[in-house]
Design a protein around this ligand. Structure first.
Ligand code: ATP
Length: 257
């Protein structure tokens, strides 16, 4: 339900709908004001990318899914923006990969953790860790920012996160966790530090991964391992920057896209 009537013919229909989702998430107490600002930064990069999934993002999504299927305990880490934008699709991805889902917040309050947990539960997200889980800290992140579930991220062997802060991504990687990060900004510290960087919009990326997981679910371990072995994140980041450069060069030479 949107509060304003956006005509389907509006050239920015989808983007406006997504904004409405976030504003609703804000009003329900899922999203913090800083999350609305972070969304604007993401939108700017999506504009440059032409608001579509590129081949380099698909390759990163495929490698992430292969890793999730191969991991003993993959975890999808959920913050307010990711929940508000993509709860139903996260449900599909968790179902298809068997991943555990943990609410994990930068601006953490127990009340917001519970609200997001309930929202995900109502959206049908499986394998959801309770807000009452036993807690520990990510080494090097000793404030509330570092709280994680013992049964979730702390003991995981793969973490998928989205729209995340660089410090937390870096701390997880330092802790030895392979991290796949959905982040439209390839310049961000998250994008630069992640094991796999998915330069794509969070809803599109998660939809793609749910679909890829359906296709790879029956694959042999050796096939999944081969997908991971042939993946090179530095090259994927180079391709993301190059795609932006090409679109900008084209626009710079013509004054239009
Ligand atoms: P870092 O700390 O990693 O350098 P940052 O300071 O930009 O990055 P945040 O402010 O937490 O970190 O922003 C989260 C990131 O998520 C931003 O890089 C933004 O481009 C990206 N982002 C925002 N919305 C989306 C979205 N819907 N899909 C994918 N990425 C998004």
């Amino acid at each position: 339900m949107t509060r304003i009537d956006i005509p389907r013919s509006h050239p920015r229909y989808r983007s406006l709908l997504v904004r409405e989702k976030l504003v609703e998430g804000f009003e329900r107490g899922l999203v913090v004001p800083q999350g609305l600002i972070a969304h604007g930064r993401g939108e700017a990069f999506d504009y440059i990318l032409g608001e579509k999934t590129h081949d380099f993002a698909l390759a990163a999504e495929r490698a992430s899914v292969a890793w999730m299927l191969l991991a003993e305990k993959p975890v999808i880490s959920i913050n307010g923006n990711y929940a508000a934008l993509a709860a139903e699709v996260i449900a599909r991805l968790a179902e298809a990969t068997g991943a555990i889902v943990e609410v994990n917040l930068f601006y953490r309050t127990e009340e917001r953790v519970r609200k997001i947990y309930e929202y995900l539960r109502e959206a049908g997200v499986p394998n959801l860790l309770s807000p009452d889980c036993e807690k520990t800290h990510v080494p090097g992140l000793e404030s509330a920012r570092g709280i994680v579930c013992v049964e979730g991220i702390a003991s995981s062997d793969f973490v998928l996160l989205a729209i995340e802060d660089g410090d937390r991504t870096e701390a997880l990687v330092r802790w030895g966790k392979p991290v796949a990060a959905i982040d439209l900004n390839p310049f961000s510290r998250t994008a630069q530090k992640a094991t796999i960087t998915i330069v794509d919009e969070a809803i599109r990326a998660t939809e793609n991964m749910a679909e890829i997981a359906g296709g790879l679910r029956g694959a042999a371990k050796s096939e999944l391992q081969a997908i991971i072995n042939s993946y090179n994140n530095r090259i994927i980041l180079q391709r993301a920057f190059r795609a932006m450069l090409e679109r900008l060069s084209y626009a710079a030479s013509r004054g239009k896209l």
